[in-house]
Design a protein around this ligand. Structure first.
Ligand code: NAG
Ligand code: NAG
Length: 368
């Protein structure tokens, strides 16, 4: 059989004959494209010129307006979704959650939530607002959650983590640092750490003998590590420290941030961007602070994290590991494969998360 014979192919696979009927259409298409060409190239040229001006304009703007750097790093004005009522945690799906404000210093009031542990939620039909504080003394462990940049304590991925921790029967206390959410003031590195310190001490006075753990995410890992260092230096070490998607220091976090990608290889990148960060007092040198953090440390990082690349979390881990002494506890690194798709924000979705947390708590509370 001659397999090239057209007739031997099934009807549906026959090669259509090129007919002249299609040609007028092709002609008119090219005529159209030809007529439009000058307009098209003009659009391309103006677009490229605009992009180029933005490209060189940004560094000039940054260098002459260094105040912009804290705005970019903290991104506290970037609030999504816009119309939310942080006074009403139930709107975020958080039942049995108290909203209150703490006055950190003059002109700085931070909005705070206290989510009750699951067993108390089930046990107590109705609990009045003033009873929440007393409940902190009931022997359940507490997590103080320190969020990353942009959004508020009500951002979806954060709320999902509170729910996970509350289901594991922890109290969860979370705040918006100064300048975020319903808190007043303007964020600075020193300021946000002060806010976290204040809430920690507020808790410490109310938890009786219960352990307090710290959980930081993203930029919040910079706050958490610095807070933990200060507490350890004072001899008031937290029971354990969890760092989710951390970075080693702000200079590297800024260098490897996707926004910096077009500029990273330019010779004056450091002079323009990194020096401007330093001039504004933003360092978050977690890789220095971590050597003073004595309790058990758990680091979680997804390999497909595009905001804080995986290798920065790894760097912090190696630094922590290298500086452990007989006075400090262990540091553990849990990577998540890229194909799981957790990225920067979704590690809470890992089915093994509950077990990882439980094991970490057991380890933190054991004597070794
Ligand atoms: C926000 O929620 C609180 C508590 O539920 C409520 O009293 C207040 O009126 C709400 N504010 C707005 C603007 O809806
Ligand atoms: C607090 O704010 C008021 C009014 O804006 C201002 O006069 C005062 O100096 C501020 N106090 C501090 C300690 O910043």
């Amino acid at each position: 059989m001659n397999i090239t014979s057209r007739d031997s192919l099934p009807a549906s696979r026959k090669i259509p004959k090129v007919s002249n009927e299609n040609l007028p259409f092709v002609h008119s298409y090219w005529r159209y494209a030809h007529q439009q060409a000058p307009a098209f190239f003009f659009t391309v040229k103006t677009t490229l010129l605009t992009l180029f001006l933005i490209y060189i304009g940004i560094p000039i703007f940054v260098k002459s307006n260094p105040w912009i750097m804290p705005r970019v790093v903290f991104a506290n004005l970037l609030r999504w979704p816009p119309f939310i009522n942080l006074s009403s945690p139930a709107d975020f799906g958080l039942l049995n959650t108290r909203h209150f404000y703490l006055n950190v210093e003059d002109n700085v009031t931070v909005g705070t939530w206290h989510v009750l542990p699951k067993s108390l939620q089930d046990e107590i039909e109705h609990i009045s607002w003033d009873e929440y504080e007393d409940q902190l003394r009931n022997g359940k462990k507490v997590f103080l959650y320190l969020h990353g940049n942009s959004g508020t304590r009500g951002s979806h991925h954060r709320v999902q983590l509170y729910k996970l921790l509350a289901d594991l029967d922890f109290h969860v206390v979370t705040l918006d640092y100064r300048g975020y959410g319903d808190s007043t003031g303007v964020p600075t590195e020193e300021g946000v750490v002060k806010d976290a310190y204040f809430v920690y001490k507020w808790l410490k006075q109310r938890v009786g003998g219960s352990n307090i753990f710290l959980w930081g995410h993203s930029l919040g890992t910079g706050v958490t590590t610095k807070l933990a260092k200060i507490l350890c230096d004072e001899g008031d070490e937290p029971a354990g420290v969890v760092l989710e998607a951390p970075f080693n220091n702000m200079q590297d976090a800024a260098t490897y941030h996707p926004f910096a990608f077009p500029y990273r290889r330019l010779p004056w990148f450091e002079w323009i961007f990194l020096q401007s960060l330093g001039d504004q007092g933003i360092y978050f040198k977690s890789d220095e602070s971590i050597s003073s953090v004595t309790p058990h440390i758990l680091i979680l990082h997804a390999k497909d994290d595009l905001v804080v690349p995986f290798h920065l979390g790894k760097k912090l881990y190696h630094k922590a590991k290298a500086t452990r002494t007989e006075k400090t506890k262990t540091v553990e690194f849990v990577p998540f494969e890229a194909n799981l798709g957790y990225g920067h924000k979704l590690i809470y979705q890992a089915p093994e998360m509950a077990d990882i947390i439980r094991q970490f708590i057991v380890k933190s509370e054991s004597s070794d």
